[in-house]
Design a protein around this ligand. Structure first.
Ligand SMILES: NC(=O)c1ccc[n+]([C@@H]2O[C@H](COP(=O)([O-])OP(=O)(O)OC[C@H]3O[C@@H](n4cnc5c(N)ncnc54)[C@H](OP(=O)(O)O)[C@@H]3O)[C@@H](O)[C@H]2O)c1
Length: 194
């Protein structure tokens, strides 16, 4: 049997009132600093010689502005049951969530990968929240109403511990383009600690 190296699985998501995350294939808001911090800063930090593994649903990958890539120190896996080839700029294609986790946690990548970051959308978040290696959820509360057609899965914040003043995460209410938002980190109480 292949050796499995356990990796922390961490979600990053921004939700508005009502848990919406997207409308018509796009983010419903324009918060460049929040986006920069979460996607471009957080996911690209790793110890020297290590890389992070980013897991994307097909639509999230396809809806992403090309200007987002490349991201330093990252490898990208796109989840799809229909695609036959790895999409441009991605590194891997997996047919299900567990295969993506296995890719990152078994040879030949296991020694290289530090953290598995879950970029979304809904099904990928749902799979990650059920996974025993999932320890942290970086969640931005966009404190406004937006019409959405994609939603973050049911997430009982009561079962998680809100980590106050988490290192490196902006604390207090932020504001950009007239929209208030709050960056929060939740520790999953039900998951095992990595
Ligand atoms: N606000 C935020 O923080 C945030 C975060 C992420 C995404 N978004 C937005 O959300 C929208 C897309 O989210 P979405 O939920 O509609 O789509 P999605 O998860 O990005 O993509 C859905 C597709 O990905 C594949 N897929 C997803 N989970 C899979 C799994 N476990 N196993 C195999 N394939 C899987 C399937 O492709 P096949 O049909 O090929 O099988 C599925 O049809 C975009 O507009 C994006 O910008 C927002």
């Amino acid at each position: 049997m292949e050796t499995v190296q356990r990796k922390p699985i961490r979600l990053i998501v921004a939700v508005c009132n009502g848990n919406g995350i997207a409308k018509d294939g796009q983010l419903p808001w324009n918060l460049p600093s929040e986006f920069q911090f979460f996607l471009k800063t957080l996911t690209t930090v790793s110890r020297p010689g290590k890389m992070n593994f980013l897991v994307w649903g097909k639509r999230t990958w396809q809806s992403h502005p090309e200007t987002t890539l490349p991201l330093a120190n990252t490898l990208h896996v796109v989840l799809s049951t229909e695609l036959k080839t790895v999409p441009d700029h991605a590194h891997f294609l997996s047919q299900d969530f567990e295969s993506a986790v296995r890719l990152a946690s078994q040879p030949p990548l296991a020694d290289l990968i530090e953290t598995i970051w879950i970029i979304g959308g809904t099904q990928v978040f749902e799979d990650a929240l059920k996974h025993p290696w999932c320890d942290l959820v970086y969640l931005t509360d966009v404190m406004a109403d937006f019409e959405c057609d994609v939603f973050f899965p049911a997430f009982d914040r009561g079962l998680c511990k809100l980590l106050e003043n988490f290192p490196g995460v902006p604390s207090g209410i932020q504001e950009e383009n007239g929209i208030k938002y709050k960056c929060q980190v939740f520790k999953r109480e039900t998951g095992d600690t990595v």
